[in-house]
Design a protein around this ligand. Sequence first.
Ligand SMILES: Cc1cc2nc3c(=O)[nH]c(=O)nc-3n(C[C@H](O)[C@H](O)[C@H](O)COP(=O)(O)O)c2cc1C
Length: 338
Amino acid sequence: MDWKLMQTTAREKFKGACRVCPVCNGVVCSGEVPGMGGLGSGASFRNNIAALAAFKLNLRTVHSVSQPDLRCSVFGHELALPVLGAAIGGLAFNMNGAMSEADYAQTVVSGCAQAGTVCMTGDGPSPVTFESGLAAIRQAGGKGIPIIKPRDPERIVELARQAEAAGAIAFGIDIDAAALVNMTNAGQPVGPKSKQDLAYIKRHTSIPFIVKGIMTVDEAEACRDAGVDAIVVSNHGGRALDHTPGTAEVLPYIAEAVAEAPMQVWVDSGIRSGADVLKLLALGANAVLIGRPLAQGAVGGGVDGVATILDKLRNELTTAMILTGTARVSEVSADIIW
Ligand SMILES: Cc1cc2nc3c(=O)[nH]c(=O)nc-3n(C[C@H](O)[C@H](O)[C@H](O)COP(=O)(O)O)c2cc1C
């Protein structure tokens, strides 16, 4: 679909909640939470962008890689590209109601499924958020991953079982939402989880368990020890805590520390191009997630808009792989980083 039309439409429908800037870098929307921005000073959002920009790629063209393999395996499912959709909820207060919760979930889940990948769905104070995600995942034949707020472990297990019944390929918790006041104010307490809590959740569920919102080596190791199947190195797109480093800065240390574990390491926050994706794979990620760009695509162009965003990333990643001599997403060399 036409890029300019998609952006203009998105800008109109967001009614100021997102300005759909030429570069989505968290500058204009600093402090806009609720909204689409980064929390507080906006430093964590901007640090994500700056951290990625600080890594440079080695241009290499004396080789025979001309048709790189973008496929990626996630819990035994093959994805066409190593890019998943990130969970986004709270359309009414974050996006000025640009879409309904149900329409949004349906659009991003089916858009990602059509592009050969999967989308995560959100959770929030209103049950509509989680239920909309589950309904969309059910409709897509299970191609989706519901992310549950860090509620009481027993409640997480209950919701995870609903995810299992909907056929979801995995479920997760966004553990970095541990201090979300709108959940607590709505009488649905959230909080940090101990290693024992994580092990309890793993023991009482049967589909793969993802912990999203890990930013330090010791917590990645705790997740590994608790039997977690994948972590997402994430600062919630700069929306959890002000003044955190960018995810690209912490990823290499985390990936190295848990490299021998069967646990997958995913990453999100501030990823805007195929070159960004390739950098993060070179820094140790098995896959990445994108949030705001997908929201702009969904609001501006529905399922086609989501496909347009993923197509752009796929094309850019293909080009970047050719120009760094990277044959396969499953084997990206750290040496492509300058
Ligand atoms: C408006 C908005 C709502 C979000 N809601 C959720 C949510 O319900 N659950 C969750 O795990 N993450 C949520 N996130 C965080 C995203 O899943 C993801 O970590 C983040 O958007 C990645 O950064 P990016 O937008 O810069 O790509 C939300 C992000 C935004 C911008």
